[in-house]
Design a protein around this ligand. Sequence first.
Ligand code: MN
Length: 231
Amino acid sequence: MTLVFEPQRPVLIPTVGDGHFPVRRLFCIGRNYEEHAREMGTAPDPEAPFFFTKFAETVVGDDATIAYPPGTANYQYEVELVAAIGKGGRNIRVEDALSHVWGYAVGLDMTRRDLQMEARGKGRPWDAGKNFEQSAPVGVLTPAQSFGLPTRGRIELKVNGEVQQQGDLGDLINPVDRLLAFLSGLYTLEPGDLIYTGTPAGVGPVVPGDVMVATVEGLTPLTVTVGPPQP
Ligand code: MN
């Protein structure tokens, strides 16, 4: 049999000013807002951030229609601030961390909640619940100097025009600088890495036809439509 191999295409996110940012890896922080940690039935623990990863290929852009994924009956949204790494490094100090950020965007950490909770209950990895095709919508990237410090600002998700999630970046248990310090102690962060910083309370399901509009004050909104399952 002949091996047909197409070289991987770079995954690019548009930036404000008509540029493109090549995506390398996705690190997604869990339970980083107290009210969301509680709605997931857990107590927040500021000393122990944790994360999971998604493939770069899971990224889709603004105005995408994403197929309702297979294997789930509970497909959920999580609106998140996304930090994009522009300068890599190891053991980055909290006070230096924000100088490593190229910019920020609004993201959605789409989740097969039933599969995630089943894995959680069995002490298994979360990949089936989190890391699947089109599970990481992300909007246009705004350069960090235009956005300012990600220390406060309204974060919100509407489904079909109704507010479902809202919070404030000021309520992040571990803010962006501490997340970079934490992750860079475990990995050499590289330009192109994206950090999904966690979601506020109000997560819930979507069905085909639903339109999600995710916003973070100061950033370009992200609109994503849920399409029918892939045939
Ligand atoms: Mn999340």
